[in-house]
Design a protein around this ligand. Structure first.
Ligand code: SF4
Ligand code: SF4
Length: 482
């Protein structure tokens, strides 16, 4: 009677998940974890001592991986490592994915509306073609999410209140990976929770829009308007080499316009875009005109979409091999450089002949604009420089003004984070010697127009010791955190 030889095991290391079940199953103790990390998976696959192995086959049964431990085929050479020997060539019959372009749909003309900032942003998102919202309510951003919850079902869209901000950002990751525009409304503590997911999105080059209606901090803080997250959105979007275009509206109209722009930029650069308002801007009502067209989104060629042409795509932020990750970072840096070159935006208000420039964004820029008007009426030569992009900081617009300006007064509802961005931008631009003064309020208190006027007059008269703010009552009252 012929003796049938049982096959000893064989393993492609890249198909081993290092679960260790085969080690427990082996009666001969001839399987152990390798000390070498597999360069493809980043795991340590098992190694088998075939001299001791008696080909009992128990490890085949124990291995949960479909392409894990297998009976070694007869005649397989020692150096044979091509999985196609076992599994055949990978079928690749899918057509090459192509971009299905966006289409622009003309809108009829509407009378201007009066909308609050968060609602204007929600309308902007819908007009940009966003039909997927994922979020977790947090004051003072919740009204934007509420409007999306009301309107998206009417538009065959999807509104998901996630169990947390961490869940929400990962839903945006998935939706953006499918090539679909999606967004959230959140506020400072909620945005902090999303940073891990945003970092992953940047790494995997996935678009998504984050509207962060900033509130007072640190910690739970309060729900008053504070520009508390400028450092976070410009410098701290998760670990590693992360940047995103940061847009800073100052009116409800801009909340709409810049939200639409945010979607356009997110898909142009395959990157998250952050729009930062403040608690006051999210709540105030203002005149808003609708655009003359809206967007019907297509599908980018890179998307992991369910249709036939996009099914073979793969998106991931993991690059195990050092050389691969370095090359990916070089690629990201090229993208950031293009953003810096092309996406700087600023409003220059009466800056041409200004001796002093007030630098402000969001709601403080509204106070600053009134102060500039008041100072001009008194004969002072003052202008407002309003960054509309906080990253990239619009130093290209600012630098030509510094030939004339005697100094800059940074007005902010916060602890100097805008001033830090300004100083960094000037330093990078080689203009670090510019005189910079500041006027700051915190905790939901806003800089007042008269404080700005007083400070500029004092500076113009050579009295930098003027330390406005005054004790004037702020628009914002301290409110309990939600
Ligand atoms: S075939 Fe049996 S003896 Fe050989 S490695 Fe697997 S479990 Fe151990
Ligand atoms: S059971 Fe399979 S997947 Fe788990 S360690 Fe062993 S070979 Fe690897």
């Amino acid at each position: 009677m012929p003796v049938t030889m049982r096959a000893k095991p064989f393993l492609f290391p890249t198909f081993c998940k290092a679960c260790g079940r085969c080690i427990e199953a082996c009666p001969k103790d001839c399987i152990e974890m390798s000390t070498e990390i597999d360069p493809v998976t980043g795991l340590t696959p098992v190694v088998i001592d075939l001299e001791v192995c008696n080909a009992c086959g128990l490890c085949f049964t124990a291995c949960p991986e479909p392409h894990g431990l297998l009976p070694r085929p007869e005649g397989l050479g020692a150096g044979e490592v091509d999985p196609s020997v076992f599994f055949g060539p990978r079928p690749s019959t899918a057509p090459v994915p192509e971009t299905i372009p966006d289409t622009r749909v003309p809108l009829p003309s509407f009378e201007p509306m009066v909308l609050k900032g968060t609602h204007a942003s929600a309308v902007g998102a819908l007009l940009a073609g966003c039909r997927h919202f994922f979020g977790y309510p947090i004051t003072p951003s919740t009204e934007g999410a509420e409007l999306m919850a009301r309107l998206l079902p009417e538009l065959d869209g999807f509104f998901v209140q996630a169990v947390s901000e961490v869940a929400a950002v990962n839903m945006i990751y998935g939706c953006g990976g499918a090539g679909l525009p999606s967004m959230t409304f959140t506020s400072s503590p909620g945005f902090s929770l999303m940073l891990e997911g945003i970092s992953y999105m940047i790494g995997a080059e996935i678009p998504g829009v984050f509207v962060n209606v900033m509130r007072g901090g640190p910690g739970l803080g309060n729900i008053g308007p504070e520009q508390a997250d400028i450092k976070l959105v410009c410098r701290g979007l998760g670990h590693g080499n992360t940047h995103a275009v940061v847009l800073a509206p100052s009116t409800p109209q801009e909340m709409l316009d810049l939200t639409m722009l945010a979607f356009e930029l997110a898909f142009r650069y395959r990157n998250p875009v952050v729009l930062v308002g403040d608690g006051y801007l999210g709540q105030i009502m203002g005149r808003v005109e609708l655009p003359c067209e809206m967007v019907r989104p297509g599908i980018p060629e890179w998307a992991v979409h369910g249709d036939e042409t996009h099914r073979g795509n793969l998106l991931s932020s993991i690059q195990i091999a050092e050389a691969d990750l370095e090359a990916h970072n070089v690629h990201l840096n090229d993208k950031y450089r293009r953003m810096i070159e092309r996406e700087q935006r600023a409003e220059l208000y009466r800056c041409d002949d200004a001796d002093w420039l007030v630098v402000a964004c969001n709601t403080p820029a509204r106070m600053a604009k009134g102060a500039v008007e008041s100072l001009r009426a008194q004969g002072a030569s003052v202008g407002l420089f309003r960054p509309v992009t906080l990253w990239p900081f619009p130093s290209g617009d600012l630098l030509p003004l510094l030939d004339r300006a005697r100094g800059l007064l940074v007005v902010e509802a916060g602890s100097g984070q805008l001033e830090d961005e300004l100083r960094l931008a000037l330093s990078h631009a080689g203009a670090p010697g510019t005189r910079i003064e500041n006027l700051r309020r915190f905790g939901g208190m806003l800089p007042q127009g008269q404080d700005i006027v007083d400070k500029v007059i004092a500076l113009a008269h050579g009295d930098p010791s003027c330390t406005a703010p005054s004790t004037t009552t702020s628009h914002a009252t301290a409110m309990a955190p939600a």
